[in-house]
Design a protein around this ligand. Structure first.
Ligand code: PLP
Length: 573
């Protein structure tokens, strides 16, 4: 139909007209002169955006579907000038943005953005090339190998992860993608090993039998990407229990028990994610103990997920964490979380690159070339799931050079200090807040203390019974501890929702070991002490406000009601 309309409007190909005519290139609506102008205007607007970020409401307040009503039902028929397009950024897009770069963004984990990172993105766009093979743009492949080796040394990874040996690094889009990639490699390696010596149908049968028994493992606090990867890889998933008394770290004991349980059921554990910094509390698994267990189960692939906290390894005081990493098979950290690099830059390292290429290399004739065939070059398409890939090494290169090692260390240490400051402030109001686990990697995880447990500031005169006093210890509730948890969870949730609904700061909540928590992490490049102090003041004010709403309410008949115990308290005197 559209085609018929175009023909009616005079669209003809030389073949259809039967005449020899020259083919005219359509006019480019943005030539280099217009691009220069537009790019300057865009850069100016971006700089202005960053300069005004602290004063913008961090959370968007739009309703779902807000944008459809603001936009036309289809693209314009004719070209629009850049200044018309750019106008819509402030008026239509900005209201629907959550400002991840705002210093008042203290939710999830940070997603860093810096000017050198943006310049890397700009050049990457300019040199656009889905450089799957070395030949597709040698510089794209070779810069990736070089900067990932730089980074491996900076993070104190063992030499086995460097490209000069059997290992090496590759940039993936995300930590989740890295987990799927290594899990597939782990699955194929496991099946190969377990069917060794068999041939033909016997081998196929053995592999088919084993496939149904494979089980991937992660701790209860491992990021959900491991479970998702198991779904994608078509294997079972089993989580290993972790406990508050171990600060939610995966222990060797817990791991061994789960492996033995699986084996007893005839299952085949083939893969494990261990975490350097879990999402909920930044727990660090017991690497030394896990490395010991690994000795008894050498076929299990162990992947270190250090998506966020891995960035801290640039500082010497955190490098002891890598002491046992040579016992593991792969490691991944996101430069785009905490290390000043724009999304996406997830740096995956493997100890044996052949494990990846054995699982992921398929070479149809159109991808063959003499360089690849020579085996002297790296074709990163064999280290990842997609074929094409972006030029992501450029922004890492720019960031590493612009900040230098000293700048990266200063950046991490600044945030650790801010985390410590915030933790200290929280502890100074131990009547209001409890800390669930020790502060780690700038993350603090808190709960609000319900009124009945609070020790101070009773407004009820001493000559009258105070329902808040010793309420949980002298409670009539059959399970007072449990009741306290229920109250604390409800209260923490209420405070959390009120804080976020006001949009002055943005936090995330979670449930850890049955406890509802608020997570606060101030670690994007704009983070500063004054914003951390303000966040604390907002939390105090909101917690007090919510608790005040739950104070015993005086009744006209002289009876006070405590809404928590729901029991009238007679007034004396
Ligand atoms: N692992 C951990 C520990 C995380 O905290 C996260 C996300 O926050 C991920 C993995 C997933 O990261 P990505 O978004 O890069 O897949």
């Amino acid at each position: 139909m559209e085609h018929a309309k175009d023909v009616a409007n005079g669209a003809q190909t030389p073949q259809s007209s039967g005449q020899h005519t020259s083919i005219n290139k359509p006019q480019d609506p943005m030539d280099s002169t217009k691009f220069r102008e537009a790019a300057h205007a865009a850069v100016d607007e971006i700089i202005n955006y960053y300069d005004t970020l602290p004063s913008r409401r961090v959370l968007s307040s739009v309703e779902p579907g807000y944008l459809r009503s603001l936009l036309p039902s289809g693209p314009p028929e004719d070209p629009e000038p850049w200044h018309e397009i750019q106008k819509d950024i402030e008026s239509k897009i900005m209201p629907g943005l959550t400002h991840w770069q705002s210093p008042n963004f203290m939710a999830f984990f940070p997603a860093s953005s810096t000017y050198p990172g943006m310049l890397g993105e700009l050049y990457s766009a300019a040199f656009t090339a889905p450089a799957f093979n070395w030949l597709c743009s040698p510089a794209i492949t070779e810069l990736e190998t070089v900067v990932l080796d730089w980074l491996a040394k900076l993070l104190n990874l063992p030499d086995c992860y460097l490209s000069r040996g059997e290992g090496g690094g590759v940039i993936q889009g995300s930590a989740s993608e890295a987990v799927v990639t290594v899990m597939v490699a782990a699955r194929e390696r496991y099946l190969r090993e377990k069917s060794e010596g068999l041939e033909g149908e016997a081998r196929e049968d053995k592999i088919a039998h084993l496939r149904g028994k494979l089980v991937a493992l992660g701790s209860e606090q491992a990021h959900s990407s491991t479970h998702k990867a198991a779904n994608i890889a078509g294997t079972r998933y089993r989580s290993v229990p972790v406990h508050l008394e171990d600060d939610f770290a995966l222990t060797g004991r817990g791991l061994r028990k789960t492996i033995e349980d699986c084996k007893a059921k005839g299952q085949e554990p083939f893969y494990l994610t261990v975490s350097l910094g879990t999402t909920s509390t930044c727990a660090v698994d017991c690497f030394e103990e896990i490395a010991q267990v690994a000795k008894d189960y050498p076929s299990i692939w162990i992947h270190v997920d250090a998506a966020y906290a891995g960035a801290a390894l640039v500082c010497g005081e955190f490098q002891h964490h890598t002491a046992h990493f040579s016992a593991f098979d792969s490691f991944d950290m996101n430069m785009h979380k905490w290390l000043l690099t724009n999304f996406d830059a997830s740096c995956l390292y493997v100890k044996r690159r052949r494990d990846l290429t054995d699982a992921l290399s398929i070479t149809p004739s159109y991808l063959r070339n003499t360089f690849s065939d020579s085996g002297l070059v790296t074709d990163y398409r064999d280290w990842q799931i997609p074929l094409g890939r972006r030029f992501r090494a450029m922004k890492i290169w720019f960031v590493l050079r612009t900040y230098g090692i000293s700048g990266l260390k200063a950046h991490i240490r600044h945030h650790i200090q801010l985390g410590d400051l915030f933790h200290g402030l929280i502890k100074s109001r131990s009547d209001l807040f409890a800390v669930l686990t020790p502060p780690a990697f700038a993350l603090t995880v808190i709960t609000i203390i319900p009124r009945r447990q609070r020790r101070q500031r009773s407004s009820i005169p001493a000559d009258r019974p105070d329902p808040a006093h010793e309420a949980y210890t002298n409670d009539f509730t059959p399970d007072a501890t449990n009741q306290h948890l229920i109250d604390a969870n409800a209260l923490t949730k209420e405070v959390y929702e009120l804080v976020n609904s006001r949009g002055e700061i943005f936090l995330t909540s979670g449930v850890v070991g049955g406890v509802y928590v608020i997570r606060i992490v101030s670690a994007n490049p704009m983070a500063e002490e004054k914003y951390v102090r303000r966040a604390f003041d907002i939390l105090v004010k909101t917690a007090e406000e919510v608790l005040a709403g739950k104070e015993p309410v005086p009744r006209e008949n002289g009876v006070e009601e405590n809404p928590l115990v729901k029991m009238p308290v007679p007034r004396l005197g």
